[in-house]
Ligand binder design. Structure first.
Ligand code: NDP
Length: 234
C-alpha cells in the first residue's frame, strides 16, 4: 500500500537514493532540501532541520499533499571535521544541532499523527563513526552515537503504538560527504573495510526501505550496519 514518506536531506547523496527507492515501491515521497533547487521526481519542501518553525511548515506541506507522514527518514547530516584541540564551538554545535537535534525536531513533529494512526516507521541515519570513533570527528561521532541512544529510547516510548524506530549505520559510502575527504584518508578508510570497497547510496537505501517496510514489522530499536564489515564487533 502506498505510504506517505518523508526523507530529510533528500536532494542529494544517500537521502536522494532513499527517496528514489521508496518511489520505486510506489510510495508518495517527499524530501526536504535546504539549498539549491528542489529535486525532480518527488515533492520537495524547503527546510533547515535546525529550525523548528521550518520543520513544522515542511510537515504541513507534506500533510496537505500526501497525508500524514507514515515513514520518516531522518537523514540530513553535516560534518565539520577538525581535531578537538582546535575545534571551535560553532563547529561542534552545528554538527550536534543538525545531526542529533535535527532528528529530534523531525521525529517529535512526526510522532503525534503516527500515534493517532497507531502505526509508523522512523529510521535514523547514524554512522559507523558513532560506534568505532573517528579521529578528527569527535563532534560527528558524538552526534551519531547520540542518535542510537535517542532512537532506542524513542523505540521504547512508542512501541505500544506500533511505531518502530530503527537506526541505520552506514560505513564509507560514495557521496559528496566522502569525496570531500583527502584521497589518502579515503583510501585508508576503504582499506579497513573487509569487503574491500566503499558502498553506494543505493545499498544504504535498500536497507532503509527494508527496515521501514512490511517485512520488518518485528524490528525496533535495532542498529543495522551497512558498512562492508568495517564496524564488525560493535
Ligand atoms: P551529503 O553531504 O551528500 O548530503 C547531506 C544532506 O543533508 C544534503 O541533502 C543536505 O542538504 C542535508 N542537510 C545538511 N544540513 C542540513 C540542515 N541543517 N537542514 C536540512 N538538511 C540539511 O551526505 P550523505 O548523503 O553522504 O549523508 C547522508 C546521511 O548519512 C548523513 O546523516 C550522514 O552523516 C550519514 N552517513 C554518511 C556516510 C557516508 O560515507 N557518506 C557514512 C555514514 C553516515 P543541502 O544539499 O541543502 O546541503
Amino acid at each position: 500500500m502506498a505510504r506517505s514518506v518523508l526523507a530529510t536531506g533528500g536532494n542529494r547523496g544517500i537521502g536522494k537514493a532513499i527517496a528514489l527507492s521508496f518511489v520505486e515501491s510506489g510510495d508518495r515521497v517527499a524530501v526536504t532540501y535546504r539549498t539549491g533547487a528542489p529535486p525532480d521526481g518527488f515533492l520537495g519542501v524547503r527546510c533547515d532541520v535546525t529550525d523548528s518553525a521550518q520543520v513544522d511548515l515542511a510537515f504541513e506541506r507534506v500533510e496537505e499533499a500526501h497525508g500524514p507522514v507514515e515513514v520518516l527518514v531522518a537523514n540530513a547530516g553535516v560534518t565539520r571535521d577538525k581535531l578537538l584541540a582546535v575545534m571551535r564551538d560553532e563547529e561542534f554545535n552545528t554538527v550536534l544541532d543538525t545531526n542529533l537535534a535535527g532528528a529530534f525536531r523531525v521525529a517529535r513533529r512526526a510522532l503525534h499523527p503516527m500515534m493517532r494512526a497507531r502505526g509508523g516507521r522512523i529510521v535514523l541515519l547514524s554512522s559507523v563513526a558513532g560506534m568505532l570513533g573517528s579521529a578528527g570527528q569527535t563532534n560527528y561521532a558524538a552526534s551519531k552515537a547520540g542518535l542510537i541512544g535517542f532512537g532506542r529510547s524513542l523505540a521504547r516510548e512508542v512501541a505500544s503504538r506500533n511505531i518502530t524506530v530503527n537506526v541505520v549505520a552506514p560505513g564509507v559510502i560514495d557521496t559528496d560527504m566522502t569525496t570531500a575527504l583527502p584521497e589518502r584518508r579515503r583510501a585508508e578508510m576503504v582499506a579497513a573495510v573487509p569487503l574491500g570497497r566503499s558502498g553506494s547510496a543505493e545499498e544504504v537505501a535498500r536497507v532503509v526501505r527494508f527496515v521501514a517496510g512490511p517485512d520488518a514489522g518485528y524490528v525496533t530499536g535495532a542498529v543495522l550496519p551497512v558498512d562492508g564489515g568495517l564496524g564488525m564487533g560493535h
